[in-house]
Design a protein. Structure first.
Ligand code: FES
Length: 326
C-alpha cells in the first residue's frame, strides 16, 4: 500500500547505504512504494520498480552497458527512464514514446542513497562532521522497527530514558535526574537544545564515570542528531539518526556515528554497540500506545526534561506531517 504524506514525499528519504548498490540493481520499499536503485557511469538512479510492458520488477534485471535491463523481455532503460531498446521490435519500427520507466530524484550523500518521491530536489541538510577530516564517520544500520517513524525519532530525542533503559551503558541508576534546559531554533532552521548534563558510567572508554553534555538537534522530520561533549578533553561524538518509513507500520533506521577522537575499536565493534543500544529501545518503542505520536500536548503528561520531545511534536505540527502522528 502506497503511503500518502505530502510533506514526507517531498523530503529526501534515506533509501539504503551507498554500499548496498554496486553493480546490480537493488529494490527498496519507501512508504510502501517499490523502487529500483541502480548505478552506472553517470551516477545513481531511482525508478519505480515496475516495467511498463508487463509489470515486471526491474530490480530483478541487470545493468548492461549503463542501461537497466528488464528481466522479463529485456527492454533496456537509460538513466532518464527512456526505453532505448526493445528486443522484440523489428528494426524499422520506432520505440513508442510511452515506453519509459518512472524516475525519482536520487542523490548519494553521507554514505547513503536518498530518494525524493515527489521528484523534487529540495535543499539537503548539512552534516559538518562528515566533511571534517578531524572526524571518523561510521555508517550504522539498517535496523527495522515495528513502529511508526515519529515514535522512533522521539525515542532518540528522549534524554530521560538513558539511565533507565540503558542503565550501565548510557546512564547510571543513581543519577536519573535531568536538569532543566531550553530549546531554541537557530538561524540555520535547526532546532537545538542547550547542553544537558548526563552522568555516564564510562563515556570515553577509560572506565571513569562522569558527566558529559548532550545537545539534541531536530534537523528534518525524519532526521535528528545528538552530540555528546566531554568538557575535560574536548572529545565529541555525534549520532545522526535518519529513518525511512517502510510502510504504514514499519520504520527502518540508519545512522552516522562521528567521533573527533581516537578509539581502539573497529567499525564493526562500534556498530555492534549501537545495535545493542537500539535493541534495548526496540521493545519499548514497538509497544507504545497510541502508535501514532500524539501532537496534542494535552494527551500525554510531559516533564520539563521532555522539552526536546515537545519541540519535535510542535515541529511536526508546524510542518504538517501526518504519517505516524495523531
Ligand atoms: Fe519488462 Fe516485458 S515486462 S520487458
Amino acid at each position: 500500500m502506497i503511503v500518502q504524506d505530502a510533506v514526507l514525499r517531498n523530503e529526501w528519504i534515506v533509501a539504503c547505504r551507498s554500499t548496498d548498490v554496486l553493480d546490480r540493481p537493488t529494490q527498496v520499499t519507501i512508504m510502501g512504494e517499490r523502487i529500483v536503485l541502480f548505478r552506472n557511469e553517470e551516477g545513481i538512479h531511482a525508478f519505480k520498480d515496475l516495467c511498463i510492458h508487463r509489470g515486471a520488477a526491474l530490480s530483478l534485471g541487470c545493468v548492461r552497458d549503463g542501461k537497466l535491463v528488464c528481466p522479463y523481455h529485456g527492454w533496456e532503460y537509460e538513466s532518464s527512464g527512456a526505453c532505448v531498446k526493445i528486443p522484440q521490435l523489428p528494426e524499422d519500427q520506432a520505440i513508442p514514446g510511452k515506453a519509459r520507466a518512472i524516475p525519482y530524484a536520487c542523490v548519494e550523500r553521507y554514505g547513503f542513497i536518498w530518494v525524493n518521491l515527489s521528484n523534487e530536489s529540495p535543499a539537503f541538510f548539512a552534516l559538518p562532521e562528515f566533511e571534517d577530516e578531524n572526524y571518523r564517520n561510521v555508517i550504522w544500520g539498517p535496523q527495522t522497527v515495528n513502529a511508526k517513524p515519529p515514535r522512533v525519532v522521539e525515542n532518540f530525542l528522549d534524554v530521560g530514558h538513558l539511565a533507565v533503559v540503558h542503565e550501565g551503558y548510557l546512564g547510571v541508576s543513581t543519577h536519573t535526574e535531568i536538569g532543566d534546559y531550553r530549546v531554541h531554533r537557530d538561524a540555520d532552521g535547526v532546532i537545538r537544545t542547550d547542553e544537558i548534563a548526563v552522568f555516564q558510567p564510562d563515556p570515553d572508554g577509560t572506565g571513569q564515570a562522569k558527566h558529559v553534555y548532550y545537545t539534541y538537534e531536530i534537523i528534518r522530520p525524519l532526521t535528528v542528531k545528538f552530540t555528546k561533549r566531554d568538557q575535560e578533553n574536548g572529545n565529541k561524538m555525534s549520532i545522526l539518526l535518519t529513518v525511512m518509513p517502510l510502510n504504514e507500520q514499519e520504520t527502518v533506521a540508519y545512522g552516522v556515528l562521528s567521533f573527533n577522537y581516537e578509539m581502539n575499536l573497529e567499525d564493526e565493534e562500534i556498530t555492534k554497540f549501537q545495535d545493542l543500544i537500539f535493541a534495548q529501545d526496540k521493545p519499548i518503542v514497538e509497544n507504545q500506545k497510541p502508535e501514532d505520536l500524539p501532537l496534542d500536548l494535552q494527551i500525554e503528561l510531559s516533564l520539563k526534561c521532555d522539552r526536546a520531545s515537545i519541540a519535535y511534536r510542535q515541529y511536526l505540527t508546524e510542518m504538517g506531517v501526518k504519517l505516524g502522528t495523531a
